[in-house]
Design a protein around this ligand. Structure first.
Ligand code: PMP
Length: 425
């Protein structure tokens, strides 16, 4: 039998250390919210491949759709020979995305490509170059996306000069001492000190910061951004790569607001484990790029488009958006009970909309002093006990829960038992 330790050693010899690993486990197979490793040990999966598996591992409907597509063709390149699934997926996203005018969609492969292409589209539409992003935001690891990401270590350190004309504004997080009015004040300073708003193409924002710690943009911030964008002709881009497809208790997190974005970046849970991303947005803006300016050899791969259409069917059939809220409430109630115990690692700031739940590991109960070391100990204790659990956050002290929305209560409760045991260890 191959062991986790053997594969870890081979990995370390063959693969650069720049690809991080949050566990030393190698997967052998997976079903819905459960994973088995190469040694036969079973885990409850609270990571979902980092927010990709809202419909679970190997969702039967997704498997069927991909198998059927595989019998027909697996690749043509959409720019060479088009196929209906790409077009049908665009039609469905255009119909359901919270965009205030008729929408169009374009598909890519990774989340980083979605955020980069949203900026290309915004630049083509406005004829401007400037981009404003937020501290703590995460938009991907390619050069432009990395530069929009609001965290230096490990994402930017050693990776060359900053891209010109990208500025970061503090994201409002009360625990970190930043309120909405601070963010807006800073944005105003930026317009006075560094860039005239008439040179800004886009403001990109995650409705709920994912890697940054599951902090939700307050409605007041989103409204103010919309107003600033309208006043100055700036394109508002919502990065919904992590928040999309039911995670926050709405199909799109932008549905929590009474204002709309111009462009929405999607990826991750869109295609239930197959690589697919996209940008959905106002048709007038989406049509700005010249023919040939958007796309990619594998962009909108037919297997992934078939998977995504099945994902949307599963959402409707199994009412997964509602389920996200039920799951979120169940997890939060349990976390609140754990928080009341005085014999476990102290936790604070239980938060997040719908099934996008996180909490912080802190040094003392009742404080918000981050404890990154204890957080690492807890994620380690969790996988040792049989729970795949992810951390995140600017201070690496946030535990986030991204359990499939198709998981049943029994598996969720089992995962929460393991989490409680890890906090008590
Ligand atoms: N945007 C957000 C909000 C993300 O969470 C991520 C991935 N964690 C990305 C962009 C980048 O996606 P990918 O890793 O597929 O390039």
């Amino acid at each position: 039998m191959t062991t986790n330790a053997e594969l870890l050693a081979r990995r370390q010899a063959a693969i650069p250390r720049g690809v991080g690993h949050s566990t030393p486990i190698s997967a052998a197979r997976a079903e819905n919210a459960e994973v088995w490793d190469v040694e036969g040990k079973r885990y409850v999966d609270f990571a979902g491949g980092i927010a990709v598996l809202n419909t679970g591992h190997r969702n039967p409907a997704v498997m069927e759709a991909v198998k059927a597509q595989m019998e027909l063709f697996t690749h043509t390149c959409f720019q060479v020979l088009m196929y209906e699934s790409y077009i049908a997926l665009a039609e469905r996203l255009n119909a359901i995305a919270p965009i205030s005018e008729p929408a169009k969609s374009v598909f890519f492969t990774t989340g980083a490509e979605a955020t980069e292409n949203a900026i290309k589209i915004a630049r083509a539409a406005t004829g401007r170059s400037g981009v404003i992003a937020f501290t703590g935001g995460f938009h991907g690891r390619t050069i432009m996306a990395m530069n929009m990401t609001g965290k230096v270590v490990p994402y930017k350190k050693g990776f060359g000069p900053a891209q010109p004309e990208i500025w970061h504004v503090p994201f409002p997080v009360p625990q970190l001492g930043v309120e909405v009015e601070d963010s807006l004040k800073y944005l105003n300073f930026l317009f006075k000190a560094d860039v005239d708003p008439s040179r800004v193409a886009a403001i990109i924002v995650e409705p709920v910061q994912g890697e940054g710690g599951f902090h939700q943009a307050p409605a007041e911030l989103m409204r103010a951004l919309r107003k600033i964008c309208d006043e100055h002709g700036i394109v508002l881009v919502a990065d919904e790569v992590q928040t999309g497809f039911g995670r926050t208790g709405k199909m799109f997190a932008m549905e929590h607001y009474d204002v709309a974005a111009d462009l929405i970046c999607v990826a991750k849970s869109l295609a239930g484990g197959f690589p697919l991303s996209g940008v959905v947005g106002r048709a007038a803006i989406m049509d700005a790029a010249e023919p040939g300016g958007l796309g990619g050899t594998y962009a909108g791969n037919p297997l992934s488009c078939a998977a995504a259409l099945a994902v949307l069917d599963v959402f409707e059939k199994e009412k997964l958006v509602e389920r996200s809220n039920v799951i979120g409430q169940r997890i939060k109630a349990r976390l609140e009970a754990i928080q009341r115990r005085n014999d476990v690692t102290p936790i604070a700031a239980i938060r997040g909309p719908g099934g996008m739940v996180a909490f912080d590991i802190v040094k003392e109960p009742g404080t918000d002093i981050p404890d990154a070391e204890a957080t690492k100990r807890i994620t380690t204790a969790a996988y040792e006990k049989g729970l795949v659990l992810l951390s995140c956050g600017v201070y690496a002290n946030t535990i986030r829960i991204l359990v499939p929305l198709t998981a049943d209560d029994k598996v969720i409760d089992e995962g929460l038992d393991l989490l409680e045991a890890a906090l008590a260890a």
